[in-house]
Write a protein of this length. Sequence first.
Length: 244
Amino acid sequence: MENKNKSILITGASGSIGLAISKKVITNGYDAVMCYNKNDSFIDDIKNYSKGYDVNIRFLKLDVSNRDEAKNILLKDIEENSAYYGIVLSSGITMDNSFPAMSGEEWDKVIDINLKSFYNIVNPLVMPMIRNKKGGRIIAISSVSGIIGNRGQVNYSASKAGLIGAVKSLAIELGKRNITVNCIAPGIIESEMINDEIIEHAKNMIALKRIGKPDDVANLVNFLLSDEANYITKQVISVDGGMF
């Protein structure tokens, strides 16, 4: 199998999109290294799911907003198991509020987890990936909010737009190393944060008249990880059903 012994790190693995990505990675024969913070309820599900596949899986408990903790845990894992072929950044939170009423904590926490985590996770992993001399894939899950903005989400939109800028610059730096760096910008995707009211309102702005599923994002991640995507880098690809 062409993906044998290629390991993929997934942050936010306990969330709806992160879990779908983790399962897709396992299905396609990659070793999966799944990061989570407090919610470990997905672990038994993933362990059972992976039994039918000849892959290795690992779980790393870490806070993506804690720079030293993330670096130490990730480098220890690499030392014991070798560099990752792919990094998928899918951790993120929302703390919505109108900007005049937005607290400093609401701003800082969203920026810390959604944007600063890009540095905290990717920075210590880039040189091991380069030294491995096997190329690589870095994929950040941004959001349509980072492209078009959204009412009540100045903090979230800023964090997701920042990811886009970081990805575009890093893609230029790493291109000669055969490491691609891309962004995926999901629209409204089924998750624990989406209720019926949001769905009905959103349908009016979506060409396909339905919201997406986590697998819709995971399928694109799988493609960008594959050899078929080896000439795609520095891109922001929307998975939003044609939002307008």
